[in-house]
Design a protein around this ligand. Structure first.
Ligand SMILES: Nc1nc2c(ncn2[C@@H]2O[C@H](COP(=O)(O)OP(=O)(O)OP(=O)(O)O)[C@@H](O)[C@H]2O)c(=O)[nH]1
Ligand SMILES: [Zn+2]
Length: 371
């Protein structure tokens, strides 16, 4: 992806996060969209009167099914990620927001049905809009109108959208930004006095990833490595809802004792959905959903992470062969697919505490974790 394209993608994300409009261009039809959790009522109202047809709520089919708007589908049904559009009968009636955000208190399917018209499949530009919202750390739900391809009516240009080609956001094909090693320092840790932190910045302006180099990892043999996704609550606060804090500190201790290793500390909070959405997922878990269903209920996949940057960091550090501390077979598979040879999976499980037993057993039962 060219630098100009990467910048435009970042601008589109920032615009949505700031409550502004984005226009996804596609030769089927263009889609002009706002994030309902960020856009002001005035902007939403301006969008709703733009074309004569009502504005749509854009969500995934799975989200729509869980909101009771279409027939239920299985958790692993690939149709779950398809976008659907539901006309919003009255943009000023907050009831339609219940279908966008399951953490809002809900007075039932009847209210959602009252607020929204008949659902229809949405096209490529809509799918791209949802992918953009996910990248922006927002709920994957948008308010949108369809516009004829390539045209920007006067009312639409008044919303001053960032314009971007929908095909750039094709699911699974967004190139992760190339990483540049930008800073490095010695940082003695309580459990590993000989430790360096190396920061990598992606060319697309996304968040930085860190390599925590413990001791002296061998240059000519497979090194101990851990691919660790950021967890503010577990890593920093010692939350008992998950096992992340113990896994992070445990990995550093194991590497220090072994003479060396590398923790890749990836800016992928909440398995890639961001901290705010993880807190929403926790709220849903307190109402009875498990960690997988909570992600699905919000409109995300169970795991939204891209492990390519981790492979790129290992390569940049000169480590193509590793012994990976993990219980997650998807990490072994993904690193392998991106050119890193995982010569051994080193189990990395810690005893459950009084709060995370359900979380750990769900990961084993539904995400294939080897515990
Ligand atoms: N969406 C969501 N994310 C969670 C939840 N609990 C923890 N996380 C996140 O899950 C990620 C866990 O990352 P890791 O420990 O690297 O990965 P893992 O898939 O558990 O695999 P291993 O620990 O290597 O076995 C972190 O980004 C956490 O923030 C949850 O209930 N919902
Ligand atoms: Zn955690």
């Amino acid at each position: 992806m060219s630098e100009a394209t990467e910048r435009r993608l970042q601008r589109a994300q920032a615009e949505l996060r700031a409550g502004g409009a984005v226009l996804l261009r596609d030769d089927q039809a263009d889609v002009l969209a706002l994030s309902p959790e960020r856009a002001s009522p005035d902007r939403l109202a301006a969008l709703a009167i733009l074309t004569g047809a009502p504005a749509d709520l854009l969500i995934s089919r799975r989200r729509a099914a869980l909101a009771g708007l279409v027939a239920p589908i299985e958790a692993d049904d690939p149709r779950g990620v398809e976008p659907v559009a539901a006309p919003i009968r009255d943009i000023s009636d907050p009831a339609w927001r219940l279908a966008a955000d399951p953490t809002r208190s809900d007075d039932g399917t009847a209210a959602r049905e009252r607020a929204l018209g008949r659902l229809r499949p949405a096209g490529r530009a809509s799918a791209a809009a949802i992918a953009l919202a996910k990248r922006a750390g927002l709920l994957p739900a948008l308010v949108s109108v369809e516009l004829p391809s390539g045209r920007l009516p006067g009312g639409a240009s008044a919303l001053d959208p960032v314009i971007i080609e929908a095909k750039l956001l094709k699911e699974g094909q967004i190139a992760a930004g190339r990483l540049k090693r930008v800073a490095e320092a010695r940082v003695p840790l309580a459990d590993a006095e000989n430790c360096r932190i190396i920061a990598f910045r992606p060319s697309d302006g996304g968040p930085e990833h860190l390599a925590i180099v413990v001791g002296e990892p061998a240059a000519d043999a497979p090194i101990l490595a851990r691919l660790h996704s950021e967890c503010f609550t577990g890593d920093l606060l010692g939350s008992l809802r998950c096992d992340c804090g113990e896994q992070l500190k445990g990995a550093i201790r194991t590497m220090a004792a072994a003479g060396g290793g590398v923790v890749l500390y990836m800016a992928q909070e909440g398995r890639g959905i961001g901290l705010i959405n993880k807190l929403r997922a926790y709220d849903l878990q307190d109402r009875g959903l498990d960690t997988v269903d909570a992600n699905l209920a919000l409109g995300f996949e169970a795991d939204e992470r891209d492990f390519r940057p981790a492979a790129e960091m290992l390569r940049a550090l000169g480590h193509q062969r590793i012994r990976l501390l993990t219980n997650n077979p998807a990490k072994v598979q993904a690193l392998g697919a991106h050119g890193i040879e995982v010569v051994e999976r080193v189990p990395h499980a810690f005893p459950a505490n009084g709060h995370n037993a359900g979380y750990l057993s769900t990961k084993a039962r539904r995400a294939g974790h080897m515990l």
